[in-house]
Write a protein that binds this ligand. Structure first.
Ligand code: RP5
Length: 196
């Protein structure tokens, strides 16, 4: 009986590990300069199905060497986890949360309700209404609890990361320099376009 209990405990631990590994293995690596630091930015999404879009936020943060973490937390399927994550975000050293959700997208608002650090919302493109539902649910926060809302889908994911970087750069001159360089490179690319 005791051996049976031990085996089922082991299985539970392994399946938890597996769950963590399955989202971890899809993640592009955190850049070397940020790998050892505790995360400044959290990229939270309501479902694993949001990851294909939100990996663009992750890639942008990695490109700038920003220590970050990516997690699936659902406002309605894991409400106590959402509340715990929001409530402890600041004390764990997070400075910004990026929250992505689709449909009746209340994740960003729920996280923002539990913290005073900036929350940036990214509305996911939805099957039923093409993301208009997600956009309105994320952007239309009643006065008192702000959510800075970006565009629907991939552009919003990238811009949420760039906005987070711009906020962090206010007090970090080396990061500000990187952001200027990024803008310069982007400008050069457009200026160099020749149409036949
Ligand atoms: C939201 O519902 C998620 O953020 C996702 O965008 C949407 C669909 O979720 P799944 O049914 O794919 O898990 O909670």
């Amino acid at each position: 009986m005791a051996a049976k209990n031990q085996t089922s405990k082991k299985n539970a631990v392994n399946s938890k590990r597996h769950a963590r590994a399955s989202i971890g293995s899809e993640r592009p690596r955190v850049s070397a300069s940020s790998a050892h630091k505790s995360p400044l930015v959290a990229v939270i999404m309501g479902s694993q199905s949001d990851w294909d879009t939100m990996r663009h936020a992750q890639q942008t943060l990695t490109q700038f060497g920003i220590a970050h973490e990516c997690r699936v937390i659902s406002a309605h399927r894991t409400p106590s986890l959402a509340s715990e994550f929001g409530s402890t975000a600041e004390s764990r050293g997070l400075e910004i949360i990026i929250a992505a959700a689709g449909g009746a997208a209340h994740l960003a608002g729920v996280l923002a309700a539990h913290t005073t650090i900036p929350v940036l919302g990214v509305p996911m493109r939805s099957e039923a209404l093409n993301g208009i539902d997600s956009l309105l649910a994320t952007v239309q926060m009643p006065a008192g609890i702000p959510v800075g809302t970006l565009a629907i889908g991939k552009p919003g994911a990238i811009n949420a990361a760039l906005f987070a970087i711009a906020i962090l750069a206010i007090a970090r001159p080396p990061l500000r320099k990187k952001l200027h360089e990024f803008r310069r490179a982007q400008e050069q690319k457009i200026r160099a376009i020749e149409l036949n």
